[in-house]
Ligand binder design. Structure first.
Ligand code: PTJ
Length: 261
């Protein structure tokens, strides 16, 4: 961690009465992530882009996200070898939640970043351990996904390389395509329903990562209890094209139905 004085205002600097309190607090987490060497400076831009889309969907979890959350929980539970891929933004925003999801769904955690930095990979690993992870897989130069030229091609031979289902929040389109081409199912979280990742994934949750992860954990617990017939039902009810169309309509018109905060 840098010895520099933090520019992140204390949480109290943003009063809870502020109408956009939750969004501003999320922004502070990304800023802190950059200061701690977990998040890339580019992560600030990605966050800003996400905020713009979130504003348009009312900063609430909409029905189109709820059906995707259900299907995602089912796919994770049905998987033989699920893996959660963690980048610098995800580690800053939701380390505790991805560790919990990994435990609930029996999924491995693997560090995988776009902007190459061995130091940041180690910082993300440390953040996940601090959040309670027992084991964190690291990318290896010995195992690469075919069809990619950038840093995200390097994967762990016992992790993403073997996975049948990969949960990749805030992903870039290239790797999503490469994972699909390798025969893997991909679950993503992306506030932009028009992105290549959103379109290419098997299941896309168009929602803010910080809102949908606790809901996804809740659904994993409920569907675990309900059993395989309920997983099959949740998956059969998911319509990828319809979910993306409904999300795009909300974004373009700015008329999102009142969702869940
Ligand atoms: O740590 P690294 O090097 O792997 O870099 C991570 C980022 C996120 C910087 C990198 O993958 C990147 O540049 O991503 P993109 O291409 O900007 O895509 C990020 C997508 O996530 C965009 O479509 C955003 O709208 C969306 N997004 C940003 N913040 C959130 C989000 N979606 C859900 N929840 C968010 N909080």
């Amino acid at each position: 961690m840098s010895a520099k004085k933090s520019s992140t205002p204390a949480a109290g600097a943003i009063p809870s009465s502020h109408p956009r309190h939750a969004s501003l607090m999320t922004r502070e987490r990304i800023v802190a992530g950059v200061e701690q060497g977990v998040t890339s400076i580019h992560g600030l831009i990605a966050q800003g882009r996400g905020e713009a889309f979130d504003y348009l969907i009312g900063e609430r979890t909409q029905p189109f996200a709820a059906s995707a959350i259900d299907a995602a929980a089912a796919l994770l539970l049905r998987a033989r070898h699920p893996v959660i891929s963690v980048n610098g933004n995800v580690a800053a925003l939701a380390s505790r939640e991805v560790v919990l999801l990994g435990t609930l769904a029996g999924a491995a955690l693997e560090v995988n970043i776009f902007h190459s930095s061995p130091k940041r990979e180690q910082a993300i690993r440390a953040a996940l351990h601090a959040a309670g992870a027992e084991r964190v897989l690291m990318p290896s130069k010995k195992s690469a996904l075919p069809g990619l030229d950038h840093n995200r091609r390097f994967v762990n031979p016992a992790g993403i390389a073997q996975a049948d289902v990969v949960f990749v929040p805030l992903e870039d389109g290239d790797r999503c395509q490469a994972l699909r081409a390798a025969g893997k199912d991909v679950i993503t979280v992306d506030l932009n329903p028009l992105s290549r990742t959103a379109r290419t994934a098997t299941i896309t949750i168009v929602d803010n990562l910080v809102r949908c992860l606790p809901l996804l954990c809740e659904r994993v617990i409920a569907l675990q209890k309900a059993g395989p017939a309920a997983w099959a039902k949740a998956l059969s009810l998911y319509r990828h094209d319809r979910v993306l169309k409904a999300a795009e309509r909300a974004v373009r018109t700015g008329h999102a139905p009142a969702g869940r905060r």
